[in-house]
Design a protein around this ligand. Structure first.
Ligand code: HEC
Length: 295
């Protein structure tokens, strides 16, 4: 096998191993980074939703509750779930955020817009079965769109909630007039009735990650190809061409042409080799002269 074939073979093996190892490491890092990016967005959105909930509970509800008792029509602005839904509707007017959603996914909701679908019902049921579970997150694909979700159990912690969510008899008349007496009742203290769920569109973030992956690997490939080309050129210029020349001269000397010479050489290992051949050529010349002209 020729020297440059050997060198290229070794380089290509190193390259394949290098690409494989760095590709695996990069894919790992990118995947972790992407997941932490979507999950931190989800946590932030959940925090915002809960801040709206707290604001409505603490600042708005006390002002409106007296009216809820007396007015004909229910004032939904007094209810945190309603405020959150309204705020998110405004949030969604910005197209960039149209797919960032929040839902109080409830098994038996007062407002049917909060009804948990199959996927969400399973999460609520899981929280009910395992009350110690603080949250759950993962990916959900529906209608061809991949979304990241984070869910937390929604537990009834206060007796006051049961005024409107236990039996229709206890609920304000205005609530029954607006929402009917079928839905959103029968809840009990310390029951997990719903899951707070945030959805984050993950497709674009994952596409970005795979674009970075392809870009970094292509860059590595290009750098490596350049290295192979440069090593081949240097090998040819610094080593192979000179060795071939020394071999040709040695060949000529071996068939008796004492005028063949190695020319000017650099002071490196190959130069030393040429120098050694030169000395051998002189010794050969002297030996031949002695043979041809014996005294
Ligand atoms: C004055 C009556 C009233 C009180 C008190 C009340 N709720 Fe509600 N709740 C409602 C109404 C009405 C809705 C539906 C609002 C809408 O249109 O989204 C609702 C919605 C909800 C929802 C969303 C699911 C659904 O049923 O549509 C949850 C969860 C919820 N309430 C939990 C609570 C908790 C927890 C408390 C106590 C801190 C509480 N509620 C106190 C009347 C009340």
């Amino acid at each position: 096998m020729k020297i440059n074939t050997k060198v290229n073979l070794i380089l290509i093996i190193v390259f394949i191993c290098g690409i494989f190892i760095s590709g695996t490491a990069l894919a790992n890092v990118l995947e972790r980074k992407t997941e932490s990016e979507v999950s931190s967005k989800a946590v932030m959105l959940m925090q915002i939703a809960n801040s709206i909930r707290q604001y409505t509970n603490e600042k708005v509800q006390p002002l409106l509750l007296p009216k809820v008792e007396t007015e004909q029509k229910f004032i939904p602005e007094s209810i945190p779930s309603f405020s959150i839904r309204e705020v998110f509707q405004i949030f969604h007017q910005n197209k960039d955020y149209a797919n960032f959603t929040y839902k109080d996914a409830t098994l038996n909701p007062t407002n049917l817009q909060d009804k948990a679908d199959n996927f969400e019902s399973n999460i609520v049921k899981e929280f009910r079965k395992n009350p110690a579970l603080p949250d759950r997150s993962g990916f959900r694909t529906d209608k061809g769109e991949k979304r990241f979700y984070t869910a937390r159990p929604f537990k009834i912690e206060h007796e006051s909630c049961l005024q409107c969510h236990s039996t229709p008899e206890k609920a304000p008349k205005s609530q029954l007039a607006t929402y009917g007496s079928e839905n959103g009742f029968g809840w009990k203290l310390h029951d997990i009735v719903a899951a707070q769920i945030v959805y984050i569109p993950a497709e674009e973030i994952f596409n970005q990650a795979s674009r970075s992956f392809v870009m970094v690997l292509s860059l590595l490939g290009a750098i490596f190809t350049a290295i192979v080309v440069i090593i081949n050129l240097l090998l040819k210029k610094i080593v192979l061409k000179r060795i071939k020349r020394i071999a040709a001269v040695a060949e000529q000397v071996s068939i008796g042409d004492m005028n063949a010479n190695f020319g000017k050489q650099d002071k490196d290992e190959i130069g030393a080799l040429a120098e050694a051949f030169n000395r051998m050529k002189y010794s050969l010349e002297i030996a031949l002269n002695m043979l041809n002209n014996p005294r």
